[in-house]
Design a protein around this ligand. Structure first.
Ligand code: ADP
Ligand code: MG
Length: 265
């Protein structure tokens, strides 16, 4: 097995929050693209059966022959599942709806929680010379998300700046604690990033205050503004950094990448 303990191997970060629509996929795609702009080599693992990260990076359905499903459940060469994207330095393992049955198929598998962990630690992984692996998690705390948490060094939590935003966090933190006890004692929280932030909206400001007072340093200084260019980019199958490089959204994801890198030196 390859030794992925830092600093030699890639840093593996799961982008997770069991709430849907909070900006996980958007953050996974655009943070990955921003890290690439910083000269990093990044692999994005699409762990959501909806495959939104794959679509958002322009991987057509017919090009998703070997996917995260095969990565987890079949003994397959990494070269078959890891694909290039249009962005040099950004690689992807795409997903399709096939992955939705993995949860059930895995139940009888003794290693069911460690499949992604083991897949990402194959010796073959070394030749991609990755700096980061980002995992785009599904909107649930199911076995796929547990696989991501066991495989990862840290969790990055997008928090949508809206009412009830912090409500789901205690459940997420509980799952993280369980994972620390059962399979990954070193699992850290990379940070919580406020998404779809609207500085003119009192509610956004309230969520920010609550998050910073409850979670302190865990909250990234960088906040991702609500920005129409961010929401348009996926329909052009591009990160917003490529779709509109000067947009507020692109700038924010660049700042987030820089803050992440700074926190990891
Ligand atoms: P998740 O992966 O958590 O379900 P998504 O990343 O798919 O969430 O985001 C949910 C929706 O919100 C998508 O339509 C996305 O385009 C939109 N969205 C995400 N971030 C922003 C943003 N900063 N500004 C505007 N729209 C956003
Ligand atoms: Mg998503």
């Amino acid at each position: 097995m390859s030794d992925l303990s830092r600093p030699n191997g890639p840093k593996i970060i799961a982008v997770a929050n069991q709430k849907g629509g909070v900006g996980k996929t958007t953050t996974a795609i655009n943070l990955a693209a921003a890290l690439v702009e910083e000269g990093k080599r990044v692999l994005l693992v699409d762990l959501d059966p909806q495959g939104n990260a794959s679509t958002g990076l322009g991987i057509e359905l017919e090009d998703r022959v070997y996917t995260t499903y095969e990565l987890l459940l079949e003994d397959i060469d990494l070269d078959e599942v890891i694909q290039d994207t249009d962005y040099q330095g950004l690689l992807i393992v795409p997903a399709t709806v096939d992955l939705s049955s993995a949860d059930i198929e895995l139940i009888s598998n003794e290693k069911r929680s460690f499949l992604l962990h083991d897949a990402l630690r194959q010796t073959q992984m070394d030749r991609y010379e990755l700096d980061y692996i980002l995992i785009d998690c599904p909107p649930s705390l199911n076995l796929l998300t547990v696989n991501a948490m066991i495989a990862s060094h840290s969790i990055l939590v997008p928090l949508q700046s809206e009412f009830f935003a912090l409500e789901g966090l205690s459940q997420l933190m509980m799952t993280i604690r369980e994972v620390r006890q059962t399979g990954n004692k070193d699992l850290r929280i990379e940070g919580v990033v406020l998404t779809m932030y609207d500085k003119r909206n009192n509610l956004s400001q309230q969520v920010e205050q609550d998050a910073r007072s409850n979670l302190g340093d865990l909250v990234f200084e960088t906040m991702i503004p609500r920005n129409v260019r961010v929401s348009e980019a996926p329909s052009y199958a591009m990160p917003v950094l490529a779709y509109d490089p000067q947009s507020k959204g692109a700038e924010a994801y660049r700042d987030l990448a820089k803050e992440l890198i700074k926190n990891n030196v």
